[in-house]
Design a protein around this ligand. Structure first.
Ligand code: NZQ
Ligand code: ZN
Length: 389
């Protein structure tokens, strides 16, 4: 294993009825709170009223920014940063899924600088050294934004969707109450599961070093998602299923499984180009891409990793020839994503053609090479997109 620093300073309140701690946690940072949320699901599930009651009884002054979009836009971030400055906000409270939490992270950073928050993400790559404190209440298990230092923002004018990591963006406190995800639709539950699986596979498929201990952990996380996502879809109010998925979403991306791995991710940059142009759900894009990316990267050098995956995660017959085991692992993953979870299996089904593939592939590899599990150049990425048609 390579050397690494493990530092995840996010305080997590996990489980039901933990929101009673919300006021006391927010008050540690001040009294003026910017509450951020999306298109209204938090009102439909009664969470908005619960949060407001907690904030009022703690004597906090609340300002609100709603309407944060799935694939959150830079315009929402700009507005949030502006409000933080105007109202001298002390702490931001993000209530929602990854989109709300991601946008809130960049609002918190934007509040501390004079320049446009897009400069954090554009080619200017302005440093993110400071952000106002962020507290999150998670309502959808998927991205892990509740426990990681990253966020992804879209700019629809330039058709860009760009991610950025910075320790300052880590939430200080996150509330993970599985019952808040009971109302998540079967489709979003499936997309969330696909996203988590991808976060793990981006790390797991790695030929560089022996990560046995972490591989076992990752296989456990994958089996957890494979076991519980179908249960959550059939029985939305199954607490154990929602709880296992929620905790798996955080651990899939909070840095623990990396263990010094330096390899870059592959499917995510390729997917972000799909979301940037077609505004498709991130998890759906990943579900369509991942088995095709695996197929494309399978060869004599990489086959051993696929064999490990197929046997340990899906229990594939280990007596078959390695290439057959590897292919069966990919088939089982496809079967899970498209048949068990019911996600659409091709880009064609979601109305995407090859029109922008060359442009998207060039952007995904930043005009040179995507240094992931296998090094991919523009032509490779275009070929992967084509396998998805
Ligand atoms: O907007 P509202 O009304 O809240 O509805 C949302 C939205 O329509 C709804 N929803 C959320 N919680 C719900 C609910 N509906 C019913 N009941 C609930 N309890 O679900 C829809 C999708 O929400 P969204 O926040 O967009 O989903 P997700 O959590 O999957 O976030 C996706 C975004 O996160 C980025 C993605 O690229 C995408 O922009 N990612 C962030 C990452 C990170 N921070 O590290 C990593 C990921 O790889 C990913 O890129
Ligand atoms: Zn993701």
């Amino acid at each position: 294993m390579n050397n690494f620093v493990y530092d995840i300073p996010v305080k997590v309140y996990f489980g039901e009825n933990q929101l009673g701690h919300l006021g006391e946690e927010l008050k540690k940072f001040g009294t003026r709170v910017l509450l951020t949320y999306g298109g209204g699901s938090i009102k439909r599930i009664g969470l908005y009223d619960r949060v407001m009651n907690e904030l009022k009884s703690a004597g906090l002054e609340v300002f609100e920014l709603s309407g944060i979009e799935p694939n959150p836009r830079i315009d929402s971030v700009r507005e949030g940063a502006r409000m933080c400055k105007e109202h001298k906000i002390d702490v931001l409270l993000a209530v929602g899924g990854g989109s709300t939490i991601d946008a809130t992270k960049f609002m918190a950073a934007g509040a501390c600088v004079d320049h446009d928050p897009w400069d954090f993400l554009s080619e200017k790559w302005a440093p993110i050294t400071e952000a106002l404190p962020i507290v999150s209440i998670l309502t959808l298990s998927a991205t892990g934004s509740e426990m990681d230092s990253g966020g992804v923002i879209s700019n629809m004018e330039t058709n860009d969707k760009i991610g950025r990591l910075a320790p300052a963006l880590l939430p200080k406190v996150s509330f993970l109450d599985p019952t808040l995800t009971y109302s998540v639709s079967p489709y979003q539950t499936a997309c969330g599961a696909a996203d988590m699986i991808s976060h793990i596979l981006e790390v797991y498929f790695n030929m560089d070093q022996d990560l046995y201990m972490l591989d076992c952990f990752m296989e456990g996380l994958l089996k957890t998602i494979i076991k519980y996502a179908p249960i959550a879809i059939k029985e939305p109010e199954n607490y154990e299923a929602r709880a296992n998925l929620m905790w798996a979403s955080s651990w899939a991306i909070n840095g623990f499984i990396n263990g010094g791995k330096r390899q870059a991710w592959s499917c995510h940059p390729i997917e972000h180009e799909l979301s940037a142009i077609y505004d498709i759900t991130h998890g759906l894009g990943l579900a369509i891409l991942t088995p095709r990316w695996m197929e494309y990267c399978l060869d004599e050098q990489t086959v051993s990793k696929y064999v490990q995956f197929a046997i340990n995660v899906f229990g594939v017959d280990s007596t078959m020839p390695p290439m057959d085991i590897a292919r069966e692992g990919i088939n089982r993953l496809s079967d899970f994503l498209f048949n068990t979870l019911g996600l659409q299996r091709t880009l064609t089904e979601v109305g995407i053609t090859d029109e922008h593939f060359a442009h998207m592939a060039r952007k995904a590899c930043a005009g040179s090479t995507l240094l992931g599990f296998k090094s991919l150049q523009q032509t490779d990425i275009e070929a992967i997109y084509r396998l998805c048609l």
